[in-house]
Design a protein around this ligand. Structure first.
Ligand code: X90
Length: 277
């Protein structure tokens, strides 16, 4: 039985050690420029461009064909997508899965709608890899991963919701919470897979304690943590240190956001995926 994990690029995962893996890129468009969120995407250059670019910008999810191409000729495929609450990626993957299975009887594709973004996808990908390597049967992995992602969460601190508002993915009223210098919105991915603001704080230090408070509230008791950030490594490592001070033997990783997450998280944004209850 050969297995493949295919995630869209909101996962910020480009390679995987022990199971065949492919990333399907979303794209960021700004005027004449198109940034394809694959391994060639120069994220720092994109961020720089966005700081000076004043026109309209937008994003687009992969199409059905992009997903199908990424399946290759794998017999068992697990797709991991960004939230269907904010993107068409999940729908495209579902259609691709149906077409792939009817074109190749016997092959199986399961699509996980994470109802989230960024490092929560990374958690799901890591867990899938582990389950596949354990030798578990396809349908048991399906059950396990659906159970797993009901107790994985995403919290974040953002300094701007400009691109969310400009693309109609949060209301202008919610967007108006931030925008003032020093203000951060701490929030989570809601159960419906949308951006849910929880509180407004001033400065990274307070945002950090709000994040930890929210993590505990959502049942974090030392489970895996995956952190990503847009040009804010100081916040990410301070958070890592604070979490380690609570649970010494923590399985935690820090990565820079790739293109899609950088665009929406904006400069200074920090995203935290974790195992809760
Ligand atoms: O289909 C598309 O064009 C992509 C739309 C994606 C919109 C959401 C991107 C979120 C990136 C930013 C902070 C976390 C918010 C989480 C809410 C679920 C990550």
């Amino acid at each position: 039985m050969n297995y493949k994990i295919v995630a869209d690029s909101s996962s910020d995962v480009l390679t995987l050690d022990s199971v065949p893996f492919a990333s399907v890129p979303l794209v960021v468009r700004a005027g004449e420029m198109t940034f394809v969120d694959d391994e060639h995407c120069d994220v720092a250059a994109m961020t720089q461009y966005m700081l000076t670019y004043k026109g309209k910008s937008s994003t687009a999810c992969p199409g059905t064909q992009d997903w199908q191409d990424a399946f290759g000729d794998a017999e068992n495929v697990f797709c991991v997508t960004i939230t269907s609450g904010l993107s068409g990626s999940y729908n495209a993957a579902r259609v691709a899965a149906e077409e792939y299975m009817s074109a190749h009887p016997g092959r199986r594709v399961h699509v996980v709608d994470t109802l989230s973004a960024g490092p929560e996808l990374r958690l799901v990908v890591d867990k899938l890899q582990e389950l596949i390597l354990s030798g578990m049967a396809f349908e048991d992995i399906v059950t396990e991963i659906e159970k797993y992602h009901r107790r994985s969460f995403l919290v974040f601190s953002l300094q701007s919701l400009h691109n969310f508002v400009a693309n109609g993915r949060v209301s202008p009223a919610v967007g108006a919470i931030v925008g003032l210098l020093g203000i951060r919105v701490v929030g989570r991915a809601s159960e419906e897979g949308t951006l849910q603001p929880l509180s407004k704080t001033r400065g990274d230090r307070k945002a950090l304690s709000e994040i930890i408070r929210t993590m505990k509230e959502l049942g974090w008791t030392g489970g895996r943590v995956r952190i990503t950030h847009n040009e804010n490594p100081a916040f990410a490592s301070a958070l890592q240190d604070a979490l380690r001070a609570i649970h010494g033997k923590l399985d935690v990783a820090i990565d820079a956001c790739r293109g899609l997450c950088s665009y929406y998280a904006e400069k200074g944004g920090v995203l935290v995926g974790f195992e809760g209850a």
